[in-house]
Design a protein around this ligand. Structure first.
Ligand code: SF4
Length: 229
């Protein structure tokens, strides 16, 4: 039988070419607010990742996009989608909201996230870093636009059985998000690199993938001094 490896390589190349390289220096990304602040500042500084994501992880991201687009299409068809991927940008922050929805007399931001169906069983959704991300969008929107928004929603979609669940994020958590945003802006202004938040061990899951025996952070070598800063 003829090998199909050529197709695999073509698909991997196609996915790599579709990566919207929207992570440019000079901005802090809302998706980074709840994750490692050191990494957020590496991106802000425009550092090139020293450990770029491989084809498998890029395919995982692509699957996420496919499912998210599917849900956005459903919202469009229901005529409740006011905005699809509207950009929000100020002097320090930049990002694209998944959707702005008007429904039942309320207008709110929606963030779509794909997970494995098993993640629904652990009852620990929504994850904090997703809450931080969507509240960061909410705070930026309030600062930039006049449309009044209700509390944002996070919608989780399982990749294996299209299970969908929705969470309304309490605005009572805005203050802690604002605090993180202010901290990152202060680091950017002062040219400071935040300490590593995950103790002194590189084996924290955010830095190192124990199972795969490889970095899970794309700035691992830079962060741990394997490449000169
Ligand atoms: S390697 Fe770990 S501590 Fe360093 S930037 Fe990445 S996540 Fe943060």
């Amino acid at each position: 039988m003829e090998s199909t490896m050529g197709i695999v390589a073509l698909v991997n190349d196609y996915i790599a070419s579709r990566r919207d390289d929207d992570k440019h220096g000079g901005s802090i990304y809302p998706s980074a607010i709840g994750l490692c602040p050191r990494k957020a500042i590496y991106i802000y500084r425009g550092e090139e990742p020293t450990n770029p994501f491989g084809p498998r992880l890029l395919r995982v991201f692509e699957v996420g996009k496919i499912f998210e687009d599917f849900v956005l299409e459903a919202l469009k068809s229901a005529d409740v989608l006011l905005g699809c991927h509207p950009p929000v940008k100020d002097l320090y922050f930049s990002g694209k909201i998944d959707g702005v929805v008007a429904q039942g007399g309320q207008t709110y931001i929606v963030e779509l996230k794909t997970i494995h169906s098993k993640a629904f069983l652990y009852k620990n959704l929504p994850y904090d870093h997703h809450v931080y991300q969507v509240l960061c969008y909410h705070l930026l929107w309030r600062k930039l636009f006049t449309t009044q928004l209700s509390a944002p929603h996070i919608v989780y979609i399982s990749k294996d059985d299209l299970l969908i669940d929705e969470y309304v994020v309490p605005l009572s958590r805005e203050a802690e998000v604002q605090e993180r945003m202010d901290y990152l802006v202060a680091c950017a202004q002062k040219g400071e690199l935040p300490d590593r938040p995950h103790s002194d061990s590189h084996e924290h899951w955010a830095c190192w993938n124990k199972k795969g025996k490889r970095p899970s952070c794309d700035y691992f070598d830079l962060c741990w001094g394997l490449r000169k800063e």
